[in-house]
Write a protein of this length. Structure first.
Length: 206
């Protein structure tokens, strides 16, 4: 499975925002926020250059790809699938990305990052309706019941999240302890990240 393995904070600096790609402490997070205005490179860049319309569209596509941890070929495939549906292509694209199994584990607050959620799935720690599913891009369905192996629940990062008293769980997921049920499929309104999907539609429509 192809995936990005380079410096994650570099990606955040390139997009000028915290993409939630790393689990970091509050001090490190503050340091990252201070560096977001500095583009990656040997000497950095003094101020950001004025970006063309194409450049703005490209950056939005890159940002969303990086938030959800997909590479170009897979991202374009999801976009093409969304384009075939009736209605708003951009909204359907976001809904399809939200419906990925790795993102679902992250939204269930059972992994601190989507990267770790993807690892949990790939390492066969996730069950859907009692069956192991090791494909991070698997698209969940309404009424699916998601559980994890006992070994996964003993991982310190997962264990810490399970101990949280008031975890933030989206309305489309119902979670009791380590067990989650998909009440309904995610909708565009459920996504809180700063995403402008119309720019992505315009990019691929050029």
């Amino acid at each position: 499975m192809a995936r990005y393995t380079g410096p994650k904070n570099r990606l955040a600096r390139r997009e000028g925002m915290d993409l939630g790609l790393k689990t970091i402490g509050s001090h490190a997070h503050t340091a990252l926020l201070k560096r977001l205005a500095i583009l990656p490179g040997q000497h950095g860049v003094k101020g950001r250059r004025k970006t063309s319309g194409y450049g703005i569209q490209l950056r939005e596509k890159q940002k969303v790809k990086r938030i959800y941890g997909t590479l170009e070929r897979q991202f374009r495939k999801i976009f093409d699938q969304a384009k075939k549906w009736k209605g708003n292509t951009g909204e359907k694209l976001v809904e399809f990305l939200e419906s990925r199994l790795d993102n679902t584990i992250y939204r269930m607050n059972l992994a601190p990052t989507r990267t770790m959620a993807r690892q949990l799935v790939s390492h066969r720690h996730v069950f859907i309706n009692g069956t192991v599913v090791n494909i991070p891009s698997y698209r969940i369905k309404a009424n699916d019941v998601i559980t994890m192996t006992i070994k996964a629940l003993e991982i310190p990062a997962v264990k810490k999240l399970l101990e949280e008293k008031s975890p933030i769980i989206p309305a489309w997921i119902e979670r009791k302890g380590p067990v989650g049920k998909i009440v309904r499929l995610p909708q565009r309104a459920d996504v809180l990240e700063d995403i402008n999907e119309q720019l992505i539609v315009e990019f691929y429509s050029r």
